[in-house]
Ligand binder design. Structure first.
Ligand code: PHB
Length: 394
């Protein structure tokens, strides 16, 4: 017999979605338990996203986990779009009425959230095994898992599936209940983390004949750089020297130089757009990457996950204080409206900035015209800016 316990909300996954949800619930007086199959150390070291929208920054601050982010995060009020060897600044501050973004790594956000959960006696169980969910549309939804060789059962009112694209929650829903929308891109990103002061104060998104390149950063000493590559690119074929050489070519611009430094990490990521509808089945609510994936060109993945759980926390609060399921019932629709707008933006940025293997000369000229338009029309630049800094939560 498993060792049985109870909680109000069982949360699968201790990534940004799971931890933000669990801490938001705590602040609202709702009990939760988070189960995660990886170790705390792994999640706090894995290099992932790095761009926080103003809404994400505000939420983390309101939750009391924003102190280090405020001290160490880099606030940016624009990005550069570079093409035909020239840079064009998109001025977020001017175009959005003062908004910006903050550069602060996802794994730093996770450290802050884990510390906050521990300081408030939150239950986050790392390195659990064989997690499964049961009775999702019944009266006693349950999470089963093993830890240190023992079997456990966690009986919940609700379960939040925050376990990412490859997690167990989405596949636990009967397949007929979900519709999936999917697009794979015929390229990936080869990314490096380098011990080099960023060569620009703001991010540079570059469209080049040889493919997309991005200059980003993690701190005043650490650069993060990406190159468009084949989706199945073999990282072993890319020496550090070859990577720098390609970055120099794609990012080149008159009077500008790229600073090199030791490569600390490198890897290849695939690119896809994915949405599942609805984001709920019975008492299971999907949030973040378990329900949707965006290509990284719009820097939206983490922010979208945080928006989902903000909406879910609000709906759960409404349920526990009024006994009303109204907001839980509309959770999926409310999230999906925003999800699809963010999908559109991420797809648009990706399509504008990458070379496509099957494109023809017309497509190429059209992409250049799109870049010319977005950097010369205030209306077009404004549309990019308002999406990049983050659409408002409904
Ligand atoms: C990053 O710094 O890792 C980063 C920045 C902007 C993007 C994607 C990734 O669009």
């Amino acid at each position: 017999m498993p060792i049985s316990s109870r909680t109000q909300v069982g949360i699968i996954g201790a990534g940004p979605a799971g931890l933000v949800l669990s801490h938001l619930l705590y602040l609202q007086g709702i009990d939760s338990v988070v189960v995660e199959n990886r170790s705390r150390q792994y999640s706090e070291q894995r290099v992932r996203a790095g761009v926080l929208e103003q809404g994400t920054v505000d939420l983390l601050s309101e939750m009391g986990v924003g102190e280090r982010m405020k001290a160490e995060g880099l606030v940016h009020y624009g990005i550069e779009l570079r093409f035909a060897g020239r840079g064009h600044r998109i001025d977020f501050q001017d175009l959005t009425g003062g908004k910006g973004i903050t550069i602060y790594a996802q794994h730093e956000v996770l450290k802050d959230l884990n510390n906050a959960r521990i300081a408030t006696a939150g239950q986050v169980l790392f390195e659990v095994e064989n997690v499964s969910v049961h009775d999702l549309d019944g009266a006693r939804p349950r999470i089963h898992y093993q830890k240190d060789g023992n079997d456990y059962e966690l009986v919940c009112d609700f379960i939040a599936g925050c376990d990412g694209f490859h997690g167990i929650c989405r596949p636990s829903i009967p397949s007929g209940a979900l519709t999936e929308y999917d697009r794979e891109y015929p390229f990936g990103w080869l990314g490096i983390l380098a011990e080099a002061p960023p060569s620009s104060t703001e991010l540079i998104y570059t469209y080049h004949d040889r493919g997309f390149a991005l200059l980003s950063m993690r701190s005043p000493r650490i650069s993060r750089l990406y190159l468009q590559c084949r989706p199945d690119e073999d990282i072993e074929q890319w020496s550090d020297e070859k990577i720098w050489q390609e970055l120099h070519i794609r990012l080149a611009s008159d009077g500008w130089a790229l600073t090199e430094g030791p490569v600390l990490q490198k890897g290849v990521t695939g690119m896809r757009s994915f949405v599942v509808e609805p984001m709920q089945y019975g008492k299971l609510f999907l949030a973040g990457d378990s329900a949707h994936i965006v290509p990284p060109t719009g820097a939206k993945g983490l922010n979208l996950a945080v928006a989902d759980v903000q909406i879910l926390a609000r709906a759960l609060k409404h349920f526990y204080s009024n006994g009303s399921r109204e907001l839980l019932d509309t959770y999926s629709d409310v999230c999906l409206r925003r999800v699809w707008k963010v999908q559109r933006f991420s797809w648009w940025m990706t399509s504008m900035l990458h070379r496509f293997p099957n494109e023809n000369p017309f497509d190429h000229r059209r992409q250049l015209a799109e870049l010319d338009y977005v950097t010369s029309s205030r209306a077009a630049a404004k549309s990019l800016a308002e999406n990049y800094v983050g659409l408002p939560l409904e």
